[in-house]
Design a protein around this ligand. Structure first.
Ligand code: ARG
Length: 561
């Protein structure tokens, strides 16, 4: 596509003296391989009819081209032409580009809260954030990743009071983060009851422990270290299972004290204002936002926005990013509008992006669809992963599949579901189809990749010969056309932060390749050496693109399936 765009751009320049700033847009032709409406685009500018413009272009184009309608140009190329143009572009890093060269991006994910076990609420931020990281890397950015842990505020106090009331060191040793979660939920319920009664003994105690922690009280610090360690170990373990990680892990607790100092600066500068009750806000009317952002409570406590204010400043000072991507659920859309307006108001020019997601639905046995939950309420990530592994094992064709391959397939199914549609749409967990080897699923694509890899492995002895000029690549047309699209897919997915475009591509490639060897013997007896080398060469390229695209999505290719 790149090649054909350039060809046409060159003709347009020499014939009409028009410099097309963007590359010529080429689409899959309905009649032919490619089509372009460039003649219509420039006709007005050069003062000729689209049809005349198209005719001039076609006359110069050394390819089989036809004009349709008011001036569409439909181009048909040979298989050999496709192969040669793919070869021209081919590299070890085929698909990557340098759009982001010299620029720095901070990508923030999955930013769980430490108080409770990792739940599916942070599945999409993790998967999509990881894919965003990979897309930025594939387009040449310098990438810094940060897990903005929700580890500040009341949870600590609630844990301590709840632990002393409902739990014991033995129970904690046994249940770990699940015991902490149980204590947290039970304590929250008690606090609610207490509030209803109009009392505040327990909530006072929660505040006391928070103050103790702030003042460095030894017992409070010990509790905090113990609980955080349990929770963090859990978070790391589950992130490991999901195959995601971040370089930094600067949570809200790290930023809270800095946030308070920043709030004071904003007060001094007259940007923030103190209300009569002592709370501190920043007005955002000039950005079309009626609700001011609350930066400090009347009792002086730091808030979510306080920590984010400090986070913004810290990232500017430490990393000088050109862009920050926050992979966070859609619920926080308004909050991020406020935060980004606040950033503008304090002079931060960095591009700030809230990469948000639709909800996760589940398909019930009776065919109805609802927000994903379990009888106990929210679904835990470990349960989800366990269930996916169990299902992967049940569906496995061969009984001796390795645990590692099972794990890859389970993750492939989960992640592909996440990337099944535009990230802003709700996704559906349907255990019946997520593992389907015939439909749109991770395992379907993985299976296609495994098959390609196997053919290559079985024929490893075949040297990659130079293909003779007489091999015409007509049987390979569809695969070649798909592969040629890959760099543009990556570009678009990165520009729009839409990893599902990569998933869609990988699925389409799998389909095209499956159809290819239904009809085309690659390395069976009777295939002559020239043909075999040509076909294996194509499969090697296909294997590389499968590996690259699935890697962007955080999906690994099993050894066997
Ligand atoms: N911990 C938050 C949550 O789970 C997400 C944090 C998002 N990042 C941020 N910088 N505010 O809701």
């Amino acid at each position: 596509m790149e090649k054909i765009s350039k060809l046409i751009a060159a003709i347009v320049r020499s014939e009409f003296g028009v410099d097309l700033t963007s590359s010529v847009s080429i689409s899959d032709g309905e009649h032919g391989d490619f089509s372009t409406n460039v003649a219509m685009q420039i006709a007005g500018r050069v003062g000729a009819s689209p049809r005349d413009v198209a005719e001039k272009i076609v006359a110069k184009l050394d390819l089989d081209a036809e004009i349709a309608g008011p001036g569409f140009i439909n181009i048909t190329v040979s298989g050999r032409w496709l192969n040669d143009s793919l070869n021209d572009e081919w590299s070890e890093k085929f698909g990557e580009n340098r759009d982001g060269a010299g620029k720095t991006v901070v990508v923030e994910y999955p930013s769980q809260n430490v108080a409770k076990p990792y739940s599916v609420g942070h599945l999409r931020p993790g998967n999509q954030g990881w894919a965003a990281r990979n897309l930025m890397l594939a387009t040449g950015w310098r990438v810094i990743t940060d897990n903005h842990l929700g580890d500040y505020g009341a949870p600590f106090g609630i844990w301590v009071v709840g632990f002393r009331k409902f739990s014991s060191p033995e129970k904690l040793a046994e249940g770990g983060v699940y015991e902490l979660g149980r204590v947290y939920v039970a304590m929250k319920a008690e606090l609610k009851e207490e509030e209803k009664r109009g009392e505040h003994t327990l909530s006072d105690r929660v505040q006391e422990w928070l103050l103790k922690l702030e003042s460095g009280d030894a017992e409070a610090v010990e509790y905090s270290q113990k609980f955080n360690e349990i929770s963090l170990d859990h978070i790391h373990e589950v992130m490991g299972r999901l195959g995601i990680s971040t370089e930094h892990e600067l949570g809200e607790a790290f930023f809270a004290p800095r946030g308070k100092a920043e709030v004071q600066n904003l007060l001094d500068a007259g940007i923030a204002v103190k209300n009569p009750d002592g709370s501190i806000i920043v007005h955002l009317d000039e950005y079309g936002i009626k609700t001011p952002v609350l930066l400090q409570k009347s009792n002086g406590a730091a808030l979510y926005a306080t920590t984010d204010l400090a986070t913004l400043k810290y990232r500017e000072e430490q990393w000088h990013p050109d862009r920050v991507i926050y992979a966070v659920a859609a619920e926080q859309k308004f909050y991020f509008e406020q935060l980004f307006a606040l950033a503008k108001k304090i002079g931060i020019k960095t591009e700030l992006i809230h990469m948000w997601f639709g909800l996760i639905d589940q398909m019930n046995k009776d065919g109805t669809r609802e927000k994903m939950s379990s009888r106990k309420g929210v679904i835990l990530m470990e349960e989800l992963l366990d269930q996916a592994e169990t299902t992967a094992r049940q569906n496995a064709k061969s009984p001796d599949m390795s645990d590692n391959d099972i794990r890859k397939i389970a993750l492939g199914a989960i992640k592909f579901t996440d990337f099944s549609k535009d990230r802003r749409t709700n996704i559906l967990f349907n255990w019946g189809s997520m593992f389907s080897l015939t439909g749109f699923s991770g395992p379907y694509v993985q299976y296609a990749a495994v098959r390609v890899n196997k053919i290559l492995r079985d024929n490893i002895a075949t040297p990659p010969a130079a293909i003779s000029a007489k091999y015409n690549f007509e049987a390979e047309r569809e695969v070649l056309k798909k592969l040629i699209e890959y760099p543009n897919t990556i570009k678009q997915a990165a520009d729009s932060l839409e990893p599902h475009r990569v998933a869609q591509f990988a699925y389409d490639l799998a389909r095209v390749v499956n159809r290819y060897y239904e009809n085309t013997p690659v390395a069976t007896a009777g295939v002559d050496a020239d043909t075999k080398a040509a076909r294996l060469g194509l499969l090697a390229k296909t294997a590389q693109v499968f590996a690259h695209s699935l890697n962007i999505l955080g999906i690994e290719i099993p050894e066997r399936m």
